[in-house]
Design a protein around this ligand. Structure first.
Ligand SMILES: Cc1cc2nc3c(=O)[nH]c(=O)nc-3n(C[C@H](O)[C@H](O)[C@H](O)COP(=O)(O)OP(=O)(O)OC[C@H]3O[C@@H](n4cnc5c(N)ncnc54)[C@H](O)[C@@H]3O)c2cc1C
Ligand SMILES: NC(=O)C1=CN([C@@H]2O[C@H](COP(=O)(O)OP(=O)(O)OC[C@H]3O[C@@H](n4cnc5c(N)ncnc54)[C@H](OP(=O)(O)O)[C@@H]3O)[C@@H](O)[C@H]2O)C=CC1
Length: 460
């Protein structure tokens, strides 16, 4: 049962190593899925309400369905800095991405807030529009890497000329445009599927200006307040303490539709704001009235069999929070890769439960592994790649060739616990093995990253 008219399909799946997977995500009509798998019937209608004590779901088209077992995969919603403000956009699905593209086409300057996946991709891709990027941290990309890797990547962002991205041969996201709402083009309230790898390739992310890229980064700050143009003018006129434009507001000739005051005291006018500030699991309102155990991050708690706290209800993907004791080198992140693995494993668990069979935890939860692309570099993150939860008792080993590769290994008690590999390092399989087998590597010391030693052969 799905609220969106298209089905997301994983295509060109490639097992890069034991745990690393690469694939494309395509929108396909649901009829194709039904044709390929005759046991599947797709019902396109949003679920309005779940009554888990009756084993029933009610859909928006007025129908009700009884289930024996149910798996909830309703994803997550963008967690916006100012919910309801028409100048604050989030990006989640095809609709919201197209709304963003439409607004960008009219824009001279935007403010991007957040320091994770979406912000990293946006600031690199946007052309012809000035970007003020406001981040809480000292360095860019805090959810994926550390300050060292950020330093490595930064020249790519500030370079005036960029490589032309490899052209996307397929139309991956196909929904038609969105409605006009307010002064920036809004999105409908219907929640579509979250975008996946290379989501921006089908979009034309260009503003009104002739220059290529212009990104200004404001570090260690958050958004304090957002002012609409009239509010801003009024405050400038009436408030003695409000900055009048000499010091804190950059000397602008133009009046902007909206102004952002940052906690570092600076104020920027812009056409609109992108809130790329993470997600919250999509549990309301359709799950209201059910007594689910919910984790601190708002996700439905699932055990090692993807089972929620309610009988016969399972959950997978962004909506759930892994509440089992994880492997020391795995953690949850709301990513396509994990949503796919969880969905696949949840299906196996449901089948095993129905047949009264036992099932072991899937191997993909042994090691956190993610492969992606930032600033046109291949990026692989493994295990506790940012030393998450390792305390101060760990060491970092680094190898970096400017503009070419960045290799970081996180070591604890002589064992490799995580790694960040940027560029074509060819080390992912070896490092994956070293993390999985927890071999004592103390005797190799710094040779572990010595470029003259072919460690692939060494550990074969
Ligand atoms: C811009 C962007 C770029 C991303 N890039 C990457 C990337 O490069 N790599 C990566 O690994 N991850 C990426 N992600 C994250 C990834 O998209 C998500 O982790 C993943 O889609 C989660 O899958 P899901 O099935 O849990 O949720 P979703 O893909 O969001 O699917 C949820 C589905 O539930 C439906 N639904 C919601 N409510 C209801 C209801 N009440 N009734 C019926 N149906 C309902 C929705 O219509 C939707 O089809 C990106 C996310 C975004 C927003
Ligand atoms: N290539 C890839 O793999 C991509 C993956 N994605 C995934 O899509 C989902 C949505 O992406 P995104 O929105 O970027 O989420 P992310 O979770 O990746 O990043 C959110 C960022 O916003 C920051 N933040 C949170 N609240 C505030 C606030 N109030 N003010 C300022 N900053 C704030 C977070 O900082 P802090 O961590 O300190 O709270 C973090 O830096 C994520 O699950 C992400 O992993 C998206 C794009 C690409």
């Amino acid at each position: 049962m799905t609220a969106s008219p298209v089905i997301k399909a994983v295509t060109n799946f490639k097992q890069v190593s034991k745990t690393l997977e690469e694939f494309d995500v395509e929108e396909q009509p649901s009829s194709l899925l039904e044709k390929r798998y005759p046991n599947i019937r797709v019902i396109q209608s949003a679920v309005k309400q779940l009554k888990s004590d009756e084993h029933k779901i009610y859909t928006e088209d007025g129908k009700e369905y009884i289930y024996e077992k149910l798996c909830l995969c309703a994803g997550a919603k963008p967690k916006l800095i100012a919910e309801g403000n028409p100048y604050v956009l989030g990006i989640r699905d095809t609709d919201s991405a197209q709304a963003f593209q439409k607004n960008l086409a009219q824009a001279e300057r935007i403010v991007v807030v957040g320091n994770g996946g979406i912000a990293l991709e946006l600031v690199y891709e946007i052309q012809g529009c000035e970007v003020i990027w406001a981040i809480k941290d000292k360095a860019i990309g805090n959810t994926f890497f550390d300050a060292g890797a950020a330093e490595f990547l930064l020249p790519k962002l500030t370079a005036e000329s960029r490589e032309t991205p490899i052209e996307c041969k397929r139309t991956k996201y196909t929904l038609e445009g969105s409605e006009e709402k307010g002064r920036v083009t809004g999105t409908s309230d219907k929640l579509g599927s979250a975008l996946g790898p290379d989501w921006h390739e089908g979009l034309h992310l260009k503003g009104t200006k002739e220059f290529s890229h212009k990104v200004h980064i404001e570090t260690q700050c958050e958004v304090k307040k957002i002012y609409l143009q009239q509010e801003f003018i009024q405050l400038q006129r009436t408030s003695l303490t409000f900055p009048k434009g000499e010091k804190n507001v950059e000397a602008d000739e133009v009046l902007w539709p909206v102004y952002v005051e940052l906690t570092n005291g600076k104020i920027y006018g812009c056409n609109f704001i992108v809130s790329a500030t993470g997600v919250v699991p999509n549990v309301e309102p359709f799950l209201d009235g059910n007594n689910f155990a919910v984790a601190e991050d708002g996700g439905l708690k699932v055990d090692e069999h993807m089972h929620t706290s309610l009988p016969d209800v399972y959950a997978a993907g962004d909506i759930c929070t892994a509440a089992w004791e994880p492997s020391p080198v795995w953690h949850q992140m709301r990513l396509w890769t994990q949503a796919r693995q969880m969905g696949w494993y949840a299906a196996k668990c449901m089948a095993a439960d129905a047949l009264g069979e036992s099932i072991d935890m899937d191997f993909s939860f042994e090691l956190f592994a993610h492969i992606t692309k930032f600033f046109n570099y291949k990026v692989v993150v493994l295990g506790k790649y940012n030393a998450q939860g390792l305390g101060s008792d760990h060491e970092l080993m680094l190898r970096c060739t400017k503009g070419h590769e960045y290799v970081k290994a996180v070591m604890q008690n002589g064992r490799m616990m995580g790694a960040v590999l940027i560029g074509e390092t060819d080390l992912e399989e070896t490092f994956e093995n070293l993390i999985l087998n927890q071999m004592d590597l103390s005797m190799y010391g710094e040779d572990l990253l010595n470029p003259d030693i072919d460690i692939e052969d060494y550990f074969d």
